[in-house]
Write a protein that binds this ligand. Sequence first.
Ligand code: COS
Length: 392
Amino acid sequence: MSDKSYLDWPFFDAKHRQLAADLERWASDNISDEHHSDTDAACRDFVARLGAAGWLRYAVGGTAFGGKYDVIDTRAICLLRETLARHSGLADFAFAMQGLGSGAITLHGSTEQKQGYLTKVATGTAIAAFALSEPGSGSDVAAMSCAARLDGNHYVLDGEKTWISNGGIADFYVVFARTGEAPGSRGLSAFIVDATTPGLEIAERINVIAPHPLARLRFSNCRMPKSALLGTPGQGFKVAMQTLDIFRTSVAAAALGFARHALDASLARATQRQMFNQALADFQITQTKLAQMATGVDISALLTYRAAWQRDQGQNVTREAAMAKMTATETAQQIIDAAVQIWGGLGVVSEHPVEKLYREIRALRIYEGATEVQQLIIARQTLTAWEAQAAD
Ligand code: COS
C-alpha cells in the first residue's frame, strides 16, 4: 500500500483528498497493468473507460464544455497522473494526452472550438494530440519550419511534425506552424487540424521502449478553414508554452507515480527476500538505498505539488514547473534503477513490474522539455530575478 500521508500537506483541499481516494478505488478495480499486444487498441480503450468514468473531465477546463471545473485544477491533474502512473503507464499516457492535446483549446479556444472539441475530449469520444516538435526543431521551438499560409478563407499547411503522441489514433491535432507575423517565436500560430483533413498523412509510426501510439506527421498542401486558427495569429509560441506550464508539472506527477510504485515494490521485496540468514531489508546497505528512495519521493512530491498549488493560486509557474519536472523525472530514474537492483535478476525479466518501470521512466526525462531545457529555463528565471533585484 502506497504512502498517502502527503495528502495531509497544506497544498491540498478536501476535494483533492476525496479525488485521490475515489480514483485509487477505481484504479484498483479497473486497471490491470498487463502486457498489451495491440497498443493502439489498449490506448483507445483506456481513453473510452477514463471518459465513461468521468476522469477525463478533469483534463479540460470549462463546465459548459464537459470540464469538471471552469479552470483546470492543476493539483487534480497531478493527483490523477500520479495515481494512474502508479497503476499503469499506458493509462497515465491516455489521460495525459487528452489534456495536453486539448490544453491549448481550453486556454485559447473560441466558444465554437470548445463546444466542438472539449466536450468530446472530456467524454473520451475524441482522441487529442499536441503537435509541436519537428525533425529539425525539438528543444528550440522557435526554429520550427512547418508553415501555414493564408489563401482566401483557408490556411494551407506544409511541413512535418514528429514524436507526436497519439499520432495515428488521434481524431484531431493541435498543430503549431510558422505564419510569419514576425521572425522566430513571434511568428508562430496554433491550429486545430482534424485527422481526416486531406493533405495530412501519418508518414511513419515510431516504436519506442515503452510502447504507446507515436508518429511522424506530414502536411502537404493541407487546406484548413480559417476557423481552424486557435487564438491570435503570431501568438502560437506563447500558447504552446502556457499549455506546457500546466502539463510539465503533470509529467513530474507521473514520474512521482512511477517512483512510488518502485519504492513500494522495493519495500515488498526487501522485507520478504531472505539471504545470509536475514531479510534483505536488515542489511544497512539496503536501508541506505531505501532511505534515499523515500527521500527522493518526498522531494519530488514537494516540488510537484508546490508548482501545482502555485498555478492554482493564479501565479506564474514557469520556473517551479521546470524544477518539478527536472527533479521528479531524474529522481524517479534513480529510484527505479535502485528498485531493479533490489529485485536482482528478476528486475530485468521482460514485463516484470520494475523492468516495465525502467522502460517507462526514460522518455519522461526527454519529452515536454528535456532536463537540459528545464535547466535553461530555471537558470534564466533565476538570473532575471537576481538582475531585477540588483537593479532596485
Ligand atoms: N508563458 C508565456 N509566455 C512565455 C513563456 C511561458 N511559459 N515562456 C516564454 N514565453 C514568451 C517570452 O516571454 C517571450 O515573449 P516576447 O517575445 O513577448 O518577449 C517569448 O515567449 C519567447 O520566449 P524565449 O525568448 O524564452 O524563447 P526561446 O526561443 O529562447 O525558447 C525555451 C525558450 C527553450 C524554453 C522553449 O523553446 C522550450 O520550452 N523548449 C522546449 C520545448 C518542448 O518542451 N518541447 C517538447 C514538445 S511537447 S513533447
